[in-house]
Design a protein around this ligand. Sequence first.
Ligand code: CAO
Length: 562
Amino acid sequence: MSTITVKVPDIGDFDAVEIIEVLVAEGDTVAVEDGLVSLESDKATMDVPSTAAGKITKLLVKVGDKVAQGDAVAEIEAEDAGDDAPDEPAEDSASAEADDATKTTDEQAAADEPEATAEEAADDDADGEPEEIQVTVPDIGDFDAVEIIEVLVAEGDSVEVEQGLVTLESDKATMDVPSTVAGTVVSLAVKTGDSVAQGDLVATVRTTGKTAPKPEKPAGDDKPAAKPAESKPPEKTESSAKPAPKPEPAKPADDTTRSKVPAHASPAVRKFARELGVSLAGVHGSGPKGRILKEDVQQHVKQVMQQGPSGGGASTVAAGSGLPAQPAVDFSKFGEIETIELARIRKLSSKHLHKSWLLIPHVTQFNDADVTDLEAFRQAEKDKHAAKLTMLPFLIKAVCHAIDKHPEFASSLTPDGESLVMKKYRHIGFAADTPNGLVVPVVKDVDRKGIVQIAAETAELAKKARDGKLGPGDMQGAVFSISSLGGIGGTAFTPIVNSPEVAILGVSRNEVKPVWNGSEFVPRTILPLSLSYDHRVIDGAAAARFVVYLSDLLSDYRRVVL
Ligand code: CAO
């Protein structure tokens, strides 16, 4: 048994790479090549693999730490360094030296004939002369034939320093090759599917005066990021684990939504998604092997935006509601169809209704009101006044009285859900059916008006509604709404509370019914009432009391004047 310290291997030109996930815990048993932590820079995502098989005795890093080549990641009590562990202890750099030496030969060969390096370009630029710079594959760690999975620019494109030109992907990691200079892409030397190695030409870029900063040489790493063509080999360090560990397959970079199934995307796409706040876990990849492309992220955003924050109508679902969006169906498969755009009012009301339906926990309480006497009175009076007396104005006035006795029915929850706003005014809305859809005009100060005046105002507002002439002020300020379908028919329905109100009264068609009076059945005119309420604000008992009280008022309307 020996203790092995696993260190960050040669990860290419990175010096402070964030740990985005710790994949193991102390006490875990790991095998050689098991990923211990995932690193992510703006150019690549990769895992640091274990260099030995054994038990993790100490984790030396946590999520959010920044690490560089040679930094210790974990201590492992190796099971049997002679068999399972690498040929040589991780601390031993001999084999790493050998690996590096081999690689160095190739690197040297690739770098022997550079046309211009970034440093030279910087120098040239200082003279103000545009220069054609060959951008080559930089030190990308332990890779020799890596496939180009995406070409991110086209000839003629303007690029910034550090902008990704192509994305490489091995079976172990995904990374971008950045431009070493700012300028215009003169020619591309590679295409999707090509295999490249360090030093291979990627593109020629004509500088525009903005060049890469002189490559930094991070401590312990002599491989400058912007000098892929330079022949200097990577320095052998004691910290290089043995055998030279290879980055593991790319993991999803979306740290808020990392899923067990890794999203397959290049660092550039991951960065793009992060900037938009998009979780790659929810994006469908249309690229080869399901890889997520930039267009997929854009399409995903477009789709979410179309659904809209408030749902976008009855056919879709509020973003983030957790409910699935309604899939598009090609109804023409089943027969002839015609698609008609909704009227503006219907679009608005459908959004509002949908929001109210989703936000408010609804309960509907039913009750029958015996309106025999009221109906007799109404029939006798209905044509004797300046306005026709329908049932509606009687209902509006009675509701106003019922609210006076049950003031929570004229309240609204504050947005934080912590308080109730009690409204002292008595504006009552009523649903009006119009050719363009549902609107809810409001009769103001009902408590100060008589039945005839209310009848006149409802008739006028209903006419304005049907003529499309309601102003915004005509539809604002209601504390409670009534939806009367009595003139049309139906026995009962469950109206949707008109948010931010807390209750709505549905009224159906009255009917003469036989009612048992204790000794005989007598014909009575019965009006069905349906009270929907916001159960966050109104208890079931309160709702029942309200609707019974209202029914009693309608049964003997003299109570209204009490
Ligand atoms: N039972 C029996 N008859 C009724 C009745 C009831 N509950 N309510 C109204 N009526 C009668 C009226 O008395 C009138 O008959 P008479 O002419 O013989 O008196 C007839 O039905 C038509 O009334 P009306 O509809 O013109 O007038 P109103 O004041 O009752 O209603 C208004 C006005 C604007 C509410 C109504 O026209 C309307 O648009 N209703 C639809 C509301 C709606 O769409 N609600 C659903 C919204 S989604 O929840």
